[in-house]
Ligand binder design. Structure first.
Ligand code: GRF
Length: 206
């Protein structure tokens, strides 16, 4: 069974989609070993605890410096010993040691069709603001492997979403979440879980 750790910073709707997927069987062969948030106020922690999923807050604010925070974060990961780490709205720059240690075992959901509207500074509503500013008619979401770059890892899944007249960053964000993120993130986890997690052989495609 694929053991996953979900890292979050905010509302946790993607975490919710993962927990729902496991419960209703659209994500097979998977258990959540734990949820880690860098933000004590993240509603994602409440969602996890409501489902009796072990939830931890490791905040940079509680540590003297970044190195101490990174150490505590890595220790928690080691303790939870995941086969796969899922970044679901996790607004923390990962320790480089983590990327090395968990190579090809970290995935991220990004709210655009990479390579559009991605990279440094493109997170949250900003992504949708920029998409609207550019006037694209189609946007969407991407699940990708995490490597040393920002949003540069191998693309695993993408789903397109229409931009509608009168969209605001918020209305577009909501549609991208509902129609793309909450669909492809569970799908990617299921796909990985149904292959050999030890080998991390991910079959691409939709
Ligand atoms: C999502 O839009 C995700 O793509 C982005 O951050 C947001 C997290 O939302 N990386 P939630 O916490 O899952 O509700």
């Amino acid at each position: 069974m694929l053991s996953i750790v979900v890292c979050v910073s905010g509302g946790g709707t993607n975490l919710q989609a993962i927990m729902d997927g496991i419960e209703n069987g659209t994500i097979r062969n998977t258990r959540i070993a734990g949820v880690i948030s860098n933000n004590a106020g993240a509603y994602a922690l409440v969602r996890a605890r409501e489902r009796n999923v072990p939830a931890f807050c490791i905040s940079p604010k509680s540590f003297a410096d970044r190195a101490d925070f990174n150490r505590a974060f890595m220790e928690k990961l080691e303790e939870l010993s995941p086969d796969l780490i899922v970044l679901a709205g996790f607004l923390v720059i990962l320790p480089s040691e983590m990327i090395r240690l968990y190579r090809d075992r970290i995935i991220n959901i990004h709210p655009s069709l990479i390579p559009s509207f991605c990279g440094t500074g493109y997170y949250g509503l900003r992504v949708h603001e920029e998409a609207l500013k550019r006037g694209v008619k189609i946007t969407g979401a991407t699940v990708h492997m995490v490597d040393e770059g920002t949003d540069t890892g191998t693309i695993l899944y993408q789903k397109a979403v229409e931009v509608l007249p009168g969209d605001t960053p918020k209305s577009l964000q909501k549609r991208v979440m509902e129609q793309a993120e909450w669909v492809i993130l569970p799908k990617a986890i299921d796909e990985i879980a149904m292959h050999d997690p030890a080998q991390n052989t991910v079959q691409k495609g939709s």
